[in-house]
Write a protein that binds this ligand. Structure first.
Ligand code: FAD
Ligand code: DLZ
Ligand code: SF4
Length: 508
């Protein structure tokens, strides 16, 4: 009996669960470019181009390997516009009534598949190390679900950087060595770039025609669109950047968009790279003496720690997670997030490179765009929508916990034990943005005062009830309370004036 095997645009590997369960002689593989997926948020055009190009090439590889594969292009007549619709169409065409899928990474699509009038089995996505059951077992009975403890379990489970049952070098985490300010020069020219081939060019023309009005442009396009290229990009990173990844992980530079970051998140998220192979390559670099322990431990922690942990949280917390607003923030997203001119250099750099590259590295996302939105009290649903729209690697399972949990504290502290907030001082220490800024990072009040300095105290003051008792924040409140009353009043009044200008859409 023919069954349909569904492969989604972020499941592009021969190792995907549904395909491993399929029978080449009798089953039919279904892949579809559909408006429901391109339009549920207005994705960055580079993301759509990457997914379509990689989908088309994956489909070609499967056909070559002998699969009966039905592929719907976005412009095909008869395209029903949704994944469920395409499954129904292919079911009628082939006589199939059963679908084998791999569980999607967004509740929205899991629910759509559950509601489809077909018998759909959703298999667990075993590209991830922690199965749902593993995460639930770990989470059960814990008061707080902290990444660090989950990460140690993953280290033990994988054996990465283990020396028997002890962590390599005696410590689980070498972050204390990883907070160096930006270097004078960077000896890495960024992720490997690839010239688009005919398949990618065709997709780029389609994306330009259909999504030309979105934030950002599909061209120039230099991403890997097949596994061989993604592996070369990984090797390029391991060879040229991994040794310095740890030292400069938190640094930011005005003229350098990637520093020593890998630029491989999208490849892992859509199936071009397997996360375990990435970690194996990093560990080998350490064992061969090519990269130091602080760099390799930090890198592996991002993947088997943070990446697995945020996915665990997304599924553990349930479909309402993206709608949480624990601090009741209601401000609309400022226009500067869509490129409206701003005098704040850190924000203009982060937003400009986001538009150009569909990429910003972690500290830019967390401590510049995220920090500002949190301090300004922007509605987390709007912040979530922005992050899901603008980054090439954005899928809700990873984007929502990072945005709502880690960055906006909107989940009430499930992920973070305290909000990630900072004044301008932190940005000044970790970047060279302030040197080129119209504001003065040292000024605490007055017309030149860095807005982060005003908003930082405003945030603490307006959320005193919520955070004063937090043991990790007591010092901040003591510092605030030591300032004389006039000074506090002045900071708050200037912060209010700044927020009022922001709300009116004035240039800030
Ligand atoms: P590197 O800095 O080189 O790190 C290596 C790898 O570690 C990454 O490729 C990524 O797979 C993994 N990683 C690192 N940090 C995290 C993290 N916090 N969560 C999950 N994986 C991590 N990552 C996404 O993949 N998709 C998103 O939509 C996304 N949204 C984010 C939103 C916010 C507000 C924040 C603060 C972070 C977000 N991240 C997201 C995490 C992180 O910023 C990106 O994974 C990273 O910047 C990707 O660039 P890179 O490959 O150069 O990473
Ligand atoms: C992101 C995306 C886009 C833009 N387009 C498609 C598509 O046309 N067809 C498809 O199968 N997948 C696409 N995707 C990826 C899905 O949105 C993704 O599988 C879900 O968001 C779950 O992670
Ligand atoms: Fe950003 Fe303030 Fe520094 Fe300007 S002075 S770059 S606004 S932190």
């Amino acid at each position: 009996m023919t069954r349909l095997i569904l492969i989604l645009g972020d499941q592009l590997t021969e190792e995907i669960a549904a395909l491993k369960r399929a029978d080449k002689d009798s089953d039919v593989v279904v892949m579809a470019e559909v408006a429901e997926e391109t339009d549920y948020v207005q994705h960055h055009p580079k993301k759509i181009a990457l997914i379509f190009a990689a989908m088309r090439k994956f489909a070609a590889r499967l056909r070559e390997a002998g699969w009966d594969l039905r592929y719907t292009e976005l412009d095909d007549t008869g395209n029903s516009g949704s994944i469920a619709g395409e499954l129904l169409r292919r079911a009628e065409e082939t006589g199939a009534s059963e679908v084998i899928a791999t569980e999607p990474g967004e509740w929205r699509l899991i629910e759509a598949l559950n509601e489809a009038p077909l018998q759909v089995t959703q298999l667990e996505d075993d590209r991830f190390l922690a199965a749902h059951k593993t995460f639930e077992t770990w989470a059960k009975g814990r008061k707080a679900l902290r990444m660090e403890y989950f990460y140690r379990e993953m280290r033990r489970a994988t054996g990465f950087l283990m020396d028997g049952d002890q962590p390599e070098g005696g410590e689980w985490n070498y972050d204390a060595e990883n907070r160096k300010p930006p270097p004078d020069g960077v000896a890495f020219s960024g992720p490997m770039q690839f010239t688009p081939d005919a398949v990618t060019e065709e997709v780029l023309a389609l994306v330009e025609a259909r999504f030309g009005k979105s934030f950002g442009s599909p061209r120039p396009f230099s991403f890997a669109t097949e596994p061989g290229q993604a592996r070369r990009a990984l090797t390029h990173f391991i060879t040229h950047a991994l040794p310095s990844f740890g030292d400069y992980q938190d640094a930011m530079l005005d003229g350098n968009r990637f520093l020593y970051h890998a630029g491989i998140s999208a490849y892992m998220n859509i199936g071009l790279l397997n996360p375990m192979e990435v970690c194996r390559a990093a560990e080998a670099a350490y064992r061969e003496g090519h990269a130091p322990l602080n760099a390799v431990e930090g890198f592996i922690r991002q993947i088997i720690g943070w990446r697995e942990y945020v996915r665990g949280i997304y599924f553990h917390e349930g479909p309402d997670y993206p709608r949480r607003n624990g601090l009741n923030h209601q401000r609309g997203l400022p226009a500067l997030y869509w490129g409206a001119p701003t005098d704040m250099r850190c924000l203009s750099v982060a937003v400009e490179q986001t538009r150009d590259e569909a990429y910003a590295h972690h500290i830019q996302r967390l401590m510049v765009t995220g920090n500002f939105a949190l301090l300004a009290g922007v509605n987390p649903a709007e912040v979530h929508d922005w992050y899901l729209r603008v980054y090439i690697d954005a899928f809700e399972w990873v984007e929502a916990p990072n945005t709502l949990g880690m960055s906006q504290f909107a989940d009430g502290g499930v992920i973070a034990s305290k909000p990630y907030i900072s004044s301008g001082n932190y940005i000044n220490k970790m970047s060279d943005y302030c040197k080129h800024c119209a504001y003065d990072v040292k000024a605490k009040t007055g017309k030149d005062a860095c807005p982060f300095n005003l908003l930082y105290w405003h945030f603490l003051d307006r959320h005193r009830e919520r955070f004063e008792g937090n043991p990790r924040m007591g010092n901040m409140y003591r510092t605030w309370d030591r300032k004389d009353a006039d000074r506090r009043e002045r900071v708050l009044t200037e912060a209010e004036a700044f927020l009022a200008r922001l709300s009116k859409g004035e240039r800030v």
